[in-house]
Design a binder for this molecule. Sequence first.
Ligand code: CP3
Length: 353
Amino acid sequence: MATTNFPVLQNDRILKVIKGEKPDKLPVWIMRQAGRFLPEFREFRKQHSFFEICQTPQLACEVTLMPIKRFGLDAAIIFSDILVIPQALGVVVEMRPEVGPVIPKPLTLDSIKDLNEEGAVDRLTYVGEAIRLTRRELNGKVPLFGFSGAPWTLFGYMVEGGGSKTMSKAKKWLYKNPNESNSVLNILTNVIIDYLVMQAEYGAQILQVFESSAEYLNKDLFNKFALPHLERICNQVKTKLKEKNLDVPLVLFAKGSHFSLTEQSELNYDVLGIDWTVDPKVARLLTKDKVLQGNLDPCALYAPKEEIERLVGEMAKGFGTSKYIVNLGHGIYPDMEIEHVEAFIEAVHKIKV
Ligand code: CP3
């Protein structure tokens, strides 16, 4: 699992910002950049199923590189999904066309005991292999993100059996069965910690934790069922990375968690992702001196190009140009036009730092 002997990193804008240094230009990458808005990805998907791509390092590498070949992005993110963790615990996850992820047998109080934590991270080695290959193929062009879903978000999918408009089944567990909920959240947290460390060992240069379903929680539930696990993930991953002499920063993106940004800023994450609903100036006020990442409304990319440039300028004014990584405030939509993505990246790189 040697992490040495990788090509020297040429574009270190993001890592510079995280270290508190001034980059030559504001760095930018896009959540879900390796996905369905790319015509070459849609073509690729005709030949390969979603999880086949995830599980075959060669294929995952190829897709990860697609947006990097097209755009002047400042990072790559490994092609995978947050739901590979439930899979590694023995839960069946299907990716259905036009529907998204489906878990045919949602978690029940009775099936908690069947979650197979033992060796779960070893069943995710294919992600490590994909990272190692991609890191080599990137040839130092930009740094490579690894990632994981966060416990509450994964718990939500497992209990609901897929996506949900309300997460009411999963929230029912939190209110009605808090102890059982916490035992599942703890199992997920254990696996996530080992999974993130494994990705760093295989060559991930930044790690992002996606708590995408934070928006369904209120402050009280978030403080009880999300924040303590996010804290343990951060602290234990940092300790383990230190023991292995790895210096890999951690990003937390808890979508819709405006009510807890101050609490998140007190955790040891290096970067906080901000979703598109939060005013950048308010995000700054709530998070002291954290590096922030975000937060253009993904739908803003539907606007004419001049308007995209204006909106990017306003956003950067709000965040300020130091301690700032540009991104959307959630994943890019599948029907986004390539030229509008180009306009977004160009607008960012035009900003004086
Ligand atoms: O960011 C990237 O480009 C890397 C790859 C990536 C995917 N999923 C590929 C994907 C990442 C980082 C994810 C994370 C993910 N997956 C999240 C967290 C981020 C977020 O958007 O909140 C979540 C909630 C999921 C679960 C998931 N996977 C959903 C809800 C869906 C269906 C809807 C959708 O957005 O596509 C997926 C499928 C998925 N994951 C696709 C891709 C490219 C499309 C599937 C296909 O090709 O048919």
